[in-house]
Design a protein around this ligand. Sequence first.
Ligand SMILES: Cc1ncc(COP(=O)(O)O)c(C=O)c1O
Length: 305
Amino acid sequence: MPITPTEKIWMNGDMVAWDDAKIHILTHSLHYGMGVFEGIRAYETADGPGIFRLTDHIERLHDSAKIMMMDLPYTVEELVEATKAVVAATGLPSCYIRPIAYYGYGEMGLNTLPCSVDVAIACWPWGAYLGDDALTKGVRMKISSWIRHDHNSMPPAAKTTGNYVNSSLAKVEALKAGYDEAIILNPQGFVSECTGENIFIARHGKLISPPLSSGALEGITQSSVMTIARDLGLDVSLDTMARSDLYIAEEMFVCGTAAEVSAVSSVDDRELLSPGPMTTAIGEEYGRAVRGQIDRYKDWVEHAT
Ligand SMILES: Cc1ncc(COP(=O)(O)O)c(C=O)c1O
């Protein structure tokens, strides 16, 4: 999706003009994929831009860095404040936010221990990732020929830039085959997640979603959806699932910061009810929660100003 430039990008503590936010071609992470990042959304609310679960995202960034043995030079609190500042500096009512920490210029080679760690936070306007009618009409899914990383090769719990080579291969394969998105199985053959979303299906009236142990990122939208589902009186749990669970699901949706809640209309050309009743109820409630319209979820929305 094309990027719309905004005013400022936060880089290592400074607000830098968009066009000046540049790095050297020999920046370490560009070569070896050792960066950690987040994708966050700010929504227009009655009280200005509200950043959805900002602190949880920044805590996950710290967790990703810890897994990679990368020492972030900023605390969670400092990065939360920096994110609020860059959103406020753009003046946008809503936006997508991309914090990234990476090994900078100065060292080359696979030993990251001597590398400097640089941090940047950018934001720009971004629409619905899987299309404007993804919640109401649904998207077509294909099980990928690419397998999710094993836990002992690339840690799926860490949101590292390098992990997304796997997601990009699967995404392009699915798009080229005429589908909207890919579902990736883990090395054991069970469902892990999509290229940038967690998966939920309904089976026997209960919602289930693959856990971290299945190779899924611990999604912040996944955890929000589980809270919302329970508050709506639905039975929801993390559990393993096989590909045939998808084909005969009563309904299915995927969720993530970028894709929000998107219904699934088919998997490998097996048609599904789309959108199912649970998908619609959760998707609509999620849409209100992120905009600060539901009192019980108000703490999830952190204001930029
Ligand atoms: C691979 C992958 N799985 C799941 C998700 C959903 O995570 P979240 O809801 O925290 O955005 C994302 C998005 O960041 C992702 O990239």
